[in-house]
Design a protein around this ligand. Structure first.
Ligand code: ATP
Length: 363
């Protein structure tokens, strides 16, 4: 039971490599055998060369690299039982009893389902003679620990997800660059930033760049936002400001749950104020580049704690997620955190903004 595998899944995030590195090195230090599973769940389903043993040196010189060196993917096969059956057979073949999954809430939900089905998957593999009864007996339990890698900071239970701080650095650099050119030409810039269900990036970017207005999913603006926005921009210009910055989260919505887009905001400003208005969509630049010092440390701490959690857990322990609580790495029940995260999305879908904000506050 000292064999473990680590994989990254869903959207990539800066700092994932630091986590992979820490998992591998702490595991080796503790005498474990460690595997990489390449390309997320797809590699687990396909097996073969996607599951390779990791060595101390295979994670050298990666802490400063963005993305994930072991690849990530979205995998439809794993959403089907047949796919998970193949994945289980591949893990048993390599005698892997412990998994560290680094990904967003979708990846962690998949891991929890896999864990719940584990016994029945193995029984099916015995009945179709893919594995022996002896292999089943040896692999009765699968222990799972999750780490949250997501630039959006959209997971309940942890103060910061791996990648968020680096994405913020990227956004702030871009806004600072835009501000100089906007100043010269007295322009208004609308910056669209990532965050499908979570306005954290937009909100913190707005606070730290002195933006004039921000649109986030959790707190939709008042119904007359067009009037309020124009009034605010006009006030600033009258007071001598030469530029305006507006941040729009990609998941921004109005009080009817309809998307508020950068294009729409631009049209409101041009039609009413006739200001020279431009849009910058930051897109994947936010995910790219080197991780910040914070994300390198966060990934390293979370990775090390994940291995310790696996080694200390009972064989039948429920999956946990490693979270940051203040300055402490803590272990929380994985499914409770996933459930809370899904409740925020549900509250937003039901237009219960107060509950959405309360739940975010709780996390
Ligand atoms: P991001 O925050 O970047 O979206 P994520 O982990 O939430 O990351 P998803 O695309 O939702 O990204 O999930 C990644 C993969 O996890 C999926 O492609 C699929 O293989 C697996 N997965 C997600 N949800 C489930 C589920 N309910 N059951 C089984 N597998 C799942």
């Amino acid at each position: 039971d000292r064999t473990l595998a680590v994989f990254t899944s869903g959207g990539d995030a800066q700092g994932m490599n630091a986590a992979v590195r820490a998992v591998v090195r702490v595991a080796i230090y503790l005498g474990c055998k460690v595997y990489f599973i390449k390309e997320g769940y797809q590699g687990m389903v396909d097996g073969g060369e996607n599951i390779v043993e990791a060595t101390w040196s295979s994670v050298s010189s990666i802490i400063h690299q963005g993305g994930t060196i072991i690849g990530s993917a979205r995998c439809m096969d794993f959403k089907e039982r047949q796919g998970r059956l193949k994945a289980a057979a591949n893990l048993v073949e390599k005698e892997i009893n412990n998994l560290v999954v680094i990904g967003g809430d979708g990846s962690l939900t998949g891991a929890d389902l896999f864990r719940q089905e584990w016994s029945s998957l193995l029984e099916e593999l015995v009945s179709n003679k893919t594995i022996s009864q002896e292999q089943l007996d040896k692999h009765k339990n699968l222990k799972i620990v999750g780490l949250v890698g997501s630039i959006d900071n959209d997971f309940c239970g942890t103060d910061m997800t791996i990648g968020t701080d680096s994405a913020l650095h990227r956004i702030i650099e871009a806004i600072d660059a835009i501000v100089s050119t906007a100043y010269s030409h007295q322009r208004t810039f609308i910056m669209e930033v990532m965050g499908r269900h979570c306005g954290y990036l937009a909100l913190v970017a707005a606070l730290t760049s002195e933006a004039d207005y921000v649109f986030i999913p959790e707190i939709p603006p008042p119904d007359d936002w067009q009037t309020k926005l124009c009034k605010k921009l006009e006030q600033e210009r009258t007071a001598g400001q030469r530029l305006n910055i507006i941040i729009v989260s990609e998941g921004a919505i109005d009080r009817n749950g309809k998307a508020i887009t950068a294009e729409q905001v631009k049209k409101v400003i041009e039609d009413n104020l006739h200001q020279d208005t431009r849009i910058t969509v930051l897109g994947h630049v936010q995910r790219g580049g080197c991780p910040s010092a914070f994300d390198r440390v966060l990934g390293s701490r979370m990775g090390a704690e994940a291995v310790l959690a696996l080694m200390e857990a009972e064989d039948t322990a429920e999956p946990c997620v490693i979270s940051l609580d203040g300055n402490q790495a803590v272990r929380l029940p994985l499914m409770e955190c996933v459930k809370l995260t899904k409740e925020v999305a549900k509250a937003m879908a039901e237009k219960n903004w107060q509950r959405a904000v309360e739940l975010r506050g709780k996390s």
